[in-house]
Structures are given as structure tokens and as C-alpha cells.
Design a binder for this molecule. Structure first.
Ligand SMILES: Cc1cc2nc3c(=O)[nH]c(=O)nc-3n(C[C@H](O)[C@H](O)[C@H](O)COP(=O)(O)O)c2cc1C
Length: 320
């Protein structure tokens, strides 16, 4: 068994956090991750309703397993109801990512909820520590979904050097070897998203899961094109890593033109409605090439942990 500050803090049997992924990680996925011994999280977007959030949180609660909720800082000024509904659902952990966590740390901690923040730069680390978060999540640009510009390993090392609290590694981790590498570097745990994209408990569609299983690691792009097309108020510093498709081939790098083309923008909005993966976004990270079969999230977490344990044992044999 691998024990770290993270497993002790949340009473886990493995230091794996299932990343919050809006539109993909609901209550079933979070519960399946937690049943595997990790901590599953529920992803919340600006369009999430409080009813939906409450229903998703009720799933792990009914199974008596811990869970977390991932909120986006830039969404909360317009949606304070999401913070209230999250606190009411009593998760063990809430992440406040993509913006300043400071206004939300006090109310969450007062409710007995631990707070994490994904960080993408050195300035983010200083801001999150000053805000008083419990956990820092060093999120590299290999990650699926919205992310920064720094790669996981150099960012992780720099965050570890600056941090005076536990650091979790995110971005590109989808095998026991990758998990062992992050732990050996000094991370207290790993935060995995892409590795869970082909799990049947996810809220994505069977068609999306099939596309994930077929995709190679080279087939992702970090782009603002999908956000511009949908008119989303995502801050520019966080583009999203998605699978390359017809839409990104045409519009990535031409975002200004795209903003002025209502027909092209409409194609993405329509594609999201009809699950057209050639025009709509399928967010996934560089680790997507390692996700080749549909497996329950419980099995993914258990397999990852068993392989990481083995990798850590063989690494220790390197030392004379
Ligand atoms: C489909 C998808 C949706 C995501 N949505 C969110 C989100 O709603 N909130 C958030 O904080 N992070 C989100 N992320 C980023 C994850 O929290 C995490 O940083 C990332 O998945 C880790 O890298 P990996 O995908 O290589 O495992 C998302 C990632 C993916 C793949």
C-alpha cells in the first residue's frame, strides 16, 4: 500500500484523486474512483444547475464514499449558488481552479471542507498559498481540458521547491509508472483526468469513449478555438487541450476570424448538441494514447495503484 500525507488526510487507500471534469465526471464516476480507494471528484461548469450538482453529489453520499467537487474561480462571481450548493453537499475536498481561490477558501474551510487549487505558474503558487488552500495541484500543459503553458515535470519540481504544503501532480499521468514518477519526485498524490475518459461511469457518450480509445497521444491540441466558438468567458491564459478534429484543424490559430464568423461558431454549438465529434470539442490530454480499453474507474484506480507500487519497489532497488 502507498501511504502519503494525502491518503492520511482523506483516509484513502491510494493517493489518487479523480479529477473534476465538467460534463464527464458526475457522481457515478466520482463514486467509482472512491470505491477504488482514491478520491473521486465531480466537475462543475458555468452551465451546471444546482439541482444537477445536488443529484450528482447524492450518488457518492448514498454509497458512503468520500468525494470532492471542482469549481472554477472565474465562474463563481456570477454563480454564487454553485458555492452554496457545494457546501450544502458536504464534500471532503473542493478545488477552486482557473482564477483566484482567495474569496472562497474562508467559507469552505469554515464548513470543514479542505480546499485545493490547480496552479499553472509560480505566481499561481504564491496566490494560492496566500489564500490558505490546503493542497496545491501542479497542473502541467499535458493535461486534458483547460490548462496552462508549463509542462508537468518542471512545473511540479518548481512548485515543490516553493510549497510549504502538500502538492499533487496533474497532467499526463495515466500509468503506474507515471504515478510512481510523480510520487518519487515528491508529490503527495496524483490527479488523473484523461485516464478516466473511457470509463463507463462517465457522463460522456459511448461515441466519445470510443474516440478516446482510438486516439494517439500525438492527436491533441491546446486551443482557444472551442471556447471562442461557444462565446465562453474562459480567461485567455487557460486554453483547452482537446483531440484534434476537423474544427480545430480549420480554426486553431485563427480565433479572431472565428469570433467574427457566426456560421462557424454555430457549428460547435450544434455539434455539442448532437455529439458530433468532428466539429465539437472532446477534451483529452496527451496521455490519451495510453487509454485503450473501456474499464470501470474502480479498476483503473486499482490497476494504477498496484502498478505504481511495483514501480516504486523496483526504483528502490536502483539504490545501492
Ligand atoms: C474532459 C475534461 C474536463 C475537465 N474539466 C475540468 C473542470 O471542470 N474543472 C477543473 O478544475 N479541471 C478540469 N479538467 C482538468 C482536470 O482537472 C485535470 O487537471 C486534468 O485532467 C489532468 O491531466 P490529465 O488529463 O492528463 O490526467 C478537465 C479535464 C478533462 C480531460
Amino acid at each position: 500500500m502507498i501511504r502519503t500525507a494525502l491518503t492520511r488526510r482523506f483516509d484513502l487507500t491510494t493517493p489518487v484523486i479523480g479529477a473534476p471534469m465538467a460534463g464527464v465526471s458526475g457522481g457515478e464516476l466520482a463514486a467509482a474512483v472512491s470505491l477504488g480507494g482514491g478520491l473521486g471528484m465531480i466537475g462543475v461548469a458555468g452551465s451546471t444547475t444546482v439541482d444537477f450538482l445536488a443529484r450528482q453529489c447524492a450518488v457518492p453520499t448514498a454509497r458512503a464514499v468520500p468525494f470532492g467537487v471542482g469549481l472554477m474561480a472565474w465562474v463563481l462571481p456570477d454563480r454564487p449558488d454553485l458555492l452554496d450548493a457545494t457546501i450544502a453537499a458536504r464534500p471532503s475536498l473542493v478545488s477552486i481552479s482557473f482564477g483566484d481561490p482567495a474569496p472562497y477558501v474562508g467559507p469552505l474551510r469554515a464548513a470543514g471542507i479542505a480546499v485545493a487549487a490547480q496552479v499553472n505558474t509560480v505566481a499561481d503558487v504564491h496566490r494560492a498559498q496566500a489564500a490558505g488552500v490546503d493542497l496545491l495541484v501542479a497542473q502541467g500543459s499535458e493535461a486534458g481540458g483547460h490548462t496552462g503553458a508549463r509542462a508537468t515535470l518542471p512545473l511540479l519540481q518548481e512548485v515543490l521547491a516553493l510549497a510549504d504544503r502538500p502538492v499533487v501532480a496533474a497532467g499526463g499521468i495515466a500509468t503506474g509508472r507515471g504515478m510512481a514518477a510523480a510520487l518519487a519526485a515528491g508529490a503527495t498524490g496524483v490527479w488523473i483526468g484523461t485516464a478516466l475518459l473511457a470509463c463507463p461511469e462517465a457522463l460522456n457518450t459511448p461515441r466519445a469513449r470510443a474516440r478516446v480509445r482510438a486516439a494517439a497521444g500525438e492527436e491533441t491540441v491546446l486551443t482557444r478555438a472551442f471556447d471562442v466558438a461557444q462565446g465562453l468567458a474562459w480567461p485567455e491564459r487557460w486554453p483547452g487541450r482537446a483531440l484534434v478534429n476537423d474544427f480545430s484543424r480549420t480554426w486553431h490559430g485563427r480565433e479572431e476570424e472565428l469570433a467574427a464568423d457566426p456560421d462557424a461558431r454555430g457549428r460547435v454549438v450544434e455539434a455539442r448538441r448532437t455529439d458530433d465529434l468532428d466539429q465539437g470539442p472532446l477534451y483529452a490530454g496527451e496521455a490519451v494514447g495510453l487509454v485503450t480499453d473501456e474499464r470501470s474507474a474502480t479498476d483503473v484506480v486499482r490497476g494504477l495503484s498496484a502498478d505504481a507500487e511495483q514501480a516504486l519497489r523496483s526504483v528502490s532497488e536502483l539504490v545501492d
